[in-house]
Structure formats: structure tokens, C-alpha cells
Design a protein around this ligand. Structure first.
Ligand code: CA
Length: 226
């Protein structure tokens, strides 16, 4: 679990950094608004703790740019002023929770854990295309309601295809995502796995879902049967 803290007060920043690390989180700390925005937009964090008053760029602007760029990470903002208008503004801009300074670390930790749990709950429970459904919680695949037995690799492969449905995925990209290594010299591994997956999810069903894009890779989309 990775947390970004954007806080310009050195004492508060160090205190949060240390406390969250001791609680088992991986923590990045930014003390300047521009740096904070850059990290928030380029990193992938499970939670962002954002001070409002910052040099360079304030917390509101960072929050706005984050949401405008489609980032959905939970954001907890820290405000020094206990004013209703501030809290409302933060929540309207897409923050998930706030704390008024000064606060007890135990409270921040409790809020952070709640937001992290909620963040995970936002993950879809299943992925679907046409009559193919992948149940991520029960690790089950079905097509037209019929159970399809998949190996762990086939499951990971199908999950990748469903998450990126409609996009052409190259063999080397698939290899890097599913096997966590590069098969530049031997993308045959990918071809064999896809042939097996195709036999399981497409043979005997219409429309066909796994499409070969010659010279480029594969794409999952419903074609044919019309
Ligand atoms: Ca500040």
C-alpha cells in the first residue's frame, strides 16, 4: 500500500511519514505543491494525503487536476482552518475525507485505513464482455452461464484482455503483464496460451471474442455471428 503525503510543514511531514511507515505503508513525501502534483499525477498511489495551504500550488488545485485527469485514488485533505466552506469545497472537488489540524495521528491512521478499504471496494467484482463473465472474487469464468475451467495463467490472461477490451495488445506486452517477464525471443509461449484460452472461451460459442490482429497482436472484442 503506497501513500503520497503532500505537506510543506517539515515537522508535520516528517511525523506523518514516520508514523505511516511504521504502520507498514510505503510513503512518498512532497513538500511543494508542484512536486506534489507531479507525483500525484505520475505515480500510482492507494491514498493521497493533501495539505491545503502549500507553496507553488495549493491542495485544491492538485485535487482538481488529479480528478480532471481521471485519477480516482482516495484523497484525504488536511486543513488548518475549521471552516465549513473549506470542508465543503474539498468534498465538492472530489476529496473523500478531511482532517482539521491539529489532529491525533491515531485518527489520521484510522481515516486512512477506512479510505484504503473503500478504495479496494471500488474495484469491480466481475468483468464482462458479451456473454462472457469473469468473477474476480470467486475466480470463476462463465460463458452463457456455463462454467469454464481456467488455469491461473489463463485466468490472468483473460482478466488482462477484459480489462483492456477493444485494445490491441502485443505479444510482448501480454508476456510482460501475465508472465512478468519479457519473451521477446519466444512469444510462442503467448501464442500457445492464447490458443488454449481461445479453445475454452470461443470454441462452440458465438460471437468469437479473441481476435488476431496480424502483425500486431490480439484484441478482445465481439465479432462475427451477425
Ligand atoms: Ca501547509
Amino acid at each position: 500500500m503506497k501513500i503520497l503525503i503532500v505537506e510543506d510543514e517539515p515537522k508535520t511531514g516528517a511525523y506523518l511519514n514516520q508514523g505511516l511507515q511504521e504502520a507498514g505503508f510505503v510513503v512518498d513525501l512532497a513538500a511543494h505543491g508542484i512536486d506534489g502534483q507531479h507525483r500525484a499525477l505520475s505515480g500510482s498511489y492507494d491514498l493521497i494525503i493533501l495539505d491545503v495551504m502549500l507553496p507553488g500550488l495549493d491542495g485544491w488545485a492538485i485535487l482538481q487536476s488529479l480528478r480532471a485527469a481521471g485519477h480516482q485514488e482516495p484523497v484525504l485533505f488536511l486543513t488548518a482552518r475549521d471552516q465549513v466552506s473549506d470542508r465543503v469545497k474539498g468534498l465538492e472537488l472530489g476529496a473523500d475525507d478531511y482532517l482539521v489540524k491539529p489532529f491525533a495521528f491515531a485518527e489520521l491512521l484510522a481515516r486512512a485505513r477506512t479510505l484504503l478499504r473503500r478504495g479496494r471496494a471500488r474495484e469491480p467484482e466481475s468483468l464482462q464482455l458479451a456473454d462472457l463473465e469473469l468473477d474476480l472474487l470467486r475466480r470463476r469464468a462463465t460463458r452463457s452461464g456455463r462454467r469454464i475451467e481456467l488455469t491461473a495463467k489463463e485466468f490472468a490472461l483473460l482478466e488482462l484482455f477484459l480489462r483492456r477490451a477493444g485494445e490491441v495488445l502485443s505479444r510482448s506486452y501480454i508476456a510482460s503483464q501475465v508472465w512478468d517477464m519479457n519473451f521477446d525471443s519466444d512469444t510462442n509461449v503467448v501464442e500457445v496460451a492464447i490458443r488454449r484460452l481461445r479453445a475454452k472461451i470461443d470454441d462452440g460459442f458465438e460471437p468469437k471474442l479473441i481476435q488476431t490482429v496480424r502483425g500486431m497482436g490480439y484484441v478482445l472484442e465481439a465479432r462475427g455471428a451477425s
